[in-house]
Ligand binder design. Structure first.
Ligand code: WTA
Length: 636
């Protein structure tokens, strides 16, 4: 079995074998790229992406806005499909593993996927979807999700994917913001052997919105007379749809994500810049060759699913594997069995999943050789030493590099990580900025430091967000207010031997099981329950999920009870989705507040961590702290 790593002075580096197969294996690339990042990306853009016509300007910056490949013409879908259909049409583009073990794995070749996407593009056209229109997609991890997304890209429509485990309310908010007229959805999906229904949620979500037509995939065989049937519609249309030629700066998609306020933001990604970053980061980070099978376990409801489960591998002409269901169904062997059976070469997942499997025990993994694996990746939250080592030893069998990739919904693609042909692969350390991008660690005033705030410097990476949908003010306030000339990541980081270690968010955004969520969003949801007077949500560390939200709740009247806990959790399920459910709810008589009425979450955090809270003098009601301590003590 080839070994892709070697140990030198206590650190892991690529082995000769890895250097041989790596797209990049010389650390000089960083310096070369940094000499002139714009030229560097210009060369990559020409080499990696097929353009209909050249751009007028490679990079233009008028902060807080910047444009890559200005007025260059291309079609994203043609880059992901058409250019591979001719020469490798019979190669597999997508492997889909359904959750029920009785159902067969589906393999779609580039040609088959091309045909489906063309047809669905014609279905969208038939229902009057035009260039620039927003199409909402509320689909589980099934091939139709990829078909729908690429079909949008083919006709120049903007897709807005909503995570299928989000609630009707969450879906509704996103539909309203995007003013979409079409919703592509499914009747449901399988999760832990159960059928999860989506129909009721969809019916509730579209009421009173701009949605005119719902196109539904029959995953569970259910029918809704007022919805269009995906398969039937596909039979009624022509099989060719010419790709719409788009400008590089045209919007490819919106993806809503949580910030520090209660309302999710529609992050705008353009076509050309995003394509270039998606293509090259997939190729270099995961050393992806077109014969490779890549499995990124993220759901398409998140940016990782967009860029690395779907777009990155396809832009590279490789094979992407997706799995519909739960990692431990019917038992905790499932993932490793999928890797073995499908000869997965690149595996990309979140630390939360790794910690979960660690807890299940080694016996489920030890049965499998996993010899097809070459590269492992992690994303979404800081990875601890223990999880890194387990992943490295048990899944990588101490022969594959672990690539810890730092990035965000806003950045479109990865930005800070080691490259497999260069290294080093250091546990808990993300590494260096991707060639041609620049990150600094600064203090409050933007002065360079070894520890502090992580920012990105000009020229900004090609995949970066191009704004917040219909909210330019929010874009400026969130990303450009604090440091002006730097993009503010809202993450903390420090340097360790010239490499970057990410410490996590510096704002009120939580990462719960790798899912991004804001405390304010959760507080808003809880506050909407009529029985609640006010509440405060704080994240606490969790052994598996990284962080979990805890809610302190003040009732309008009466006392807390088991039933009320259930009611609040149900309410959160309805407003956001079960992933946002607080791990614990404490009923208190009041919340610690300053004279101006600001809730001091820091004090609640200290109480939960069993630390003596500081700064009680600034409170208008310091006397309540003892009472809260009592509640926490009695409940635990
Ligand atoms: C966190 C996910 C540490 C970070 C792609 C960031 C990480 C947020 C890492 C974005 C990593 C992502 N190490 N922290 N390798 N990757 N994060 O938008 O706090 O869901 O700001 O994008 O995840 O989350 P998002």
């Amino acid at each position: 079995m080839p070994r892709y790593i070697t140990k030198k002075s206590g650190k892991y580096y690529p082995s000769k074998e890895m250097k041989k197969i790596a797209w990049v294996n010389d650390s000089k690339i960083y310096k070369q790229a940094d000499k002139n990042p714009v030229e560097f990306w210009e060369k990559l853009a020409k080499e990696g992406i097929s353009w209909e016509s050249d751009w007028k300007k490679t990079y233009e910056e008028k902060l807080p806005y910047f444009t890559w490949f200005k007025e260059g013409k291309l079609n994203f879908c043609a880059n992901a499909l058409d250019r591979y259909v001719k020469n490798k049409g019979d190669s597999v583009a997508l492997i889909w593993v359904p959750e029920p073990t009785k159902e067969k794995t589906i393999r779609l070749t580039y040609k088959e996927l091309y045909e489906k996407v063309n047809k669905f593009a014609n279905v969208l056209k038939k229902y009057k979807v035009k260039k620039g229109d927003v199409v909402s997609i509320y689909l589980p991890l099934i091939p139709e999700a990829l078909v729908a997304m690429l079909a949008c890209a083919r006709i120049g429509a903007i897709h807005s994917v909503v995570f299928s485990a989000f609630s009707a309310d969450a879906l509704k908010k996103r539909i309203i913001d995007g003013k979409s007229k079409i919703l592509v959805t499914a009747d449901g999906y399988y999760r832990r052997g159960e059928k999860e229904d989506l129909i009721e949620k969809v019916k509730k979500a579209i009421r009173g919105t701009t949605i005119k037509k719902v196109i539904m995939v029959k995953r569970l065989g259910k029918r809704v007379s007022s919805f269009l049937d995906f398969d039937k519609e596909m039979k009624k249309v022509e099989s060719e749809c010419k790709p719409e030629i788009m400008k590089s700066e045209d919007i490819l998609f919106l993806l809503y994500t949580s910030g520090t306020t209660g309302k999710p933001k529609g992050i705008i990604h353009d076509t050309g810049g995003y394509a270039v970053q998606a293509y090259w980061t997939t190729k270099w980070n995961f050393n992806l060759h077109d014969e490779d099978v890549m499995w990124c376990t993220a759901d398409i409801g998140w940016i990782t699913g967009h860029t690395y489960a779907f777009y990155g591998p396809l832009l590279n002409g490789a094979t992407s594997l997706i799995y519909e269901g739960s990692p431990d169904f019917p038992n905790p062997e499932r993932w490793w069995k999928i890797i073995e059976e499908n000869k997965v070469n690149v595996f990309y997942t979140a630390p939360t999943a790794i910690r979960m499997f660690m807890k299940f025990g080694d016996k489920y993994v030890d049965k499998y050789k996993l010899s097809s694996l070459k590269i492992l990746g992690t994303v979404g939250e800081p990875i601890d030493n223990e999880a890194w080592s387990w992943y490295f030893k048990k899944i990588g069998k101490s022969r594959c590099p672990v690539i810890d990739t730092w990035w965000q919904t806003e950045t479109g693609g990865t930005l800070i990580n080691a490259l497999p042909g260069i290294g080093p692969f250091v546990p808990t350390v993300a590494g260096k900025s991707f060639p041609g991008t620049r990150h600094l660690i600064v203090d409050e005033k933007g002065r360079k430091k070894k520890k502090g705030f992580l920012v990105q410097a000009s020229p900004f990476a090609p995949g970066m967000l191009q704004g917040v949908y219909k909210n330019p003010k929010k874009y400026v306030e969130t990303y450009w207010k604090k440091f002006k000339e730097y993009y503010d990541t809202s993450d903390g980081a420090y340097l360790i031997n010239g490499l970057m270690r990410i410490t996590g968010r510096t704002d009120d955004v939580m990462k719960v099981a790798g899912h991004r969520m804001s405390t304010a969003e959760l507080e808003n949801a809880i506050n909407e329950d009529k029985i609640i007077n006010e509440c405060a949500v704080v994240p606490i560390p969790d052994k598996i999920k990284g962080e979990v939200p805890v809610a302190f709740v003040v009732l309008k009247k009466g006392e807390g009870s088991e039933d009320l806990v259930k009611q609040i959790k149900k309410h959160v399920d309805e407003k956001i989705g079960p992933i946002a459910r607080p791990a614990k709810i404490y009923f208190v008589s009041d919340l610690p507040k300053t004279r101006s009425g600001k809730i001091m979450r820091r004090i609640l955090k200290s109480i939960l961590n069993n630390e003596e809270p500081e700064g009680l003098m600034t409170l208008v009601n310091p006397q309540i702290v003892e009472g809260i301590k009592e509640v926490v003590k009695n409940e635990d």
